[in-house]
Design a protein around this ligand. Structure first.
Ligand code: PMP
Length: 288
């Protein structure tokens, strides 16, 4: 596998960054997780825009332009002969001294990995996920805006560990006010009386690219959709619930904290949305 690293393609074994890189020392950096479907990169411009906003929010000047990043992303897929892949694009603050001051880092590090995607087994798409609410709260917008897709994932990792300790693959994370924010690496939606609801960024949700695609699909299918403050009650009483993410796409949730959601089976609106998403994923995108 060839990795794009600071302007060059190198073998996997040579794709190394310094132990003085602040991405490693402090989680100081930003990233994107992107999908390649049948030779088309899904919503590449949206991913690059989110990367630019994440970088801007942490005062990190990207060392490559939009078009250089676009070309490098596509080229990484091409040189590896990939048609379907998961792409990880990372920009760290770069190499600096041991203090946390980012101004000791003159040059950000950029790398792009395109490889296999690990997705949920098919049985979870067929039967739905049973998830739990975890005690660790999602970091609030006033501390580290969840809209910044940064290399600081410890908050989500604690949530993921707590989910596993409770025997679940994903977790609902609440914000400081007790509203539903998102999952550890996915956005959450509910369906109630034919309407879709999802938490807004101000409630602690990342503006997921898949979430954005679902907003478009809902409009196309004529389903009303609202960003709203949701509590666990809203999930308990929902007719359907599903999660969205670049890796997961659209995956039904049938249980929260041992309680059945709706009929306890994946719902018809979730199925329509997943089908519409897969149609879009194979039809739209930037040809590599
Ligand atoms: N929330 C978090 C915390 C995430 O890390 C992700 C990405 N895996 C998502 C939501 C979903 O975003 P996207 O659809 O852009 O993958």
């Amino acid at each position: 596998m060839k990795i794009f690293l600071d302007g060059k393609f190198v073998d996997e074994a040579d794709a190394k960054v310094s132990v003085f890189d602040h991405g490693l020392l402090y989680g100081d950096g930003v990233f994107e997780g992107i999908r390649l479907y049948a030779g088309n990169v899904f919503r590449l411009e949206e991913h690059l825009e989110r990367l630019e906003y994440s970088a801007k929010a942490i005062l990190l000047t990207l060392p490559m332009t939009r078009s250089e990043l676009r070309d490098a992303t596509c080229e990484t897929c091409r040189v590896n002969g990939l048609r379907d892949a998961y792409i990880r694009l990372v920009v760290t603050r770069g190499v600096g001294d041991l203090g946390l001051a980012p101004w000791s880092c003159p040059k950000p590090t950029v790398f792009i990995i395109a490889g296999k995607i690990s997705i949920y087994p098919q049985e979870y798409y067929d039967n739905g996920l049973a998830i739990v609410t975890v005690p660790t709260r999602r970091i609030g917008p006033a501390a580290l805006p969840p809209t910044v897709k940064s290399l600081n994932y410890l908050n989500n990792i604690l949530g993921k560990i707590e989910a596993r300790q409770a025997g679940a693959l994903e977790a609902i994370m609440l914000n400081d006010q007790g509203h539903v924010a998102e999952c550890t690496a996915d956005n959450v939606f509910i369906v109630h009386k034919g309407e879709l609801f999802t938490p807004s960024a101000s409630h602690g949700a990342l503006k997921g690219i898949t979430r954005g695609a679902i907003l478009d699909i809902a409009a196309e299918l004529g389903l009303p959709i609202r960003e709203a403050a949701l509590t666990r009650y809203d999930l308990w009483c929902a007719d359907e619930c599903f999660l969205t993410g670049t890796g997961a796409e659209v995956i039904p949730v049938v249980k929260l904290d041992g309680r059945e959601i709706g009929t306890g089976k994946p719902g018809p609106i979730t199925a329509r949305i997943l089908a519409a998403f897969r149609r879009r994923a194979s039809a739209e995108g930037t040809r590599i």
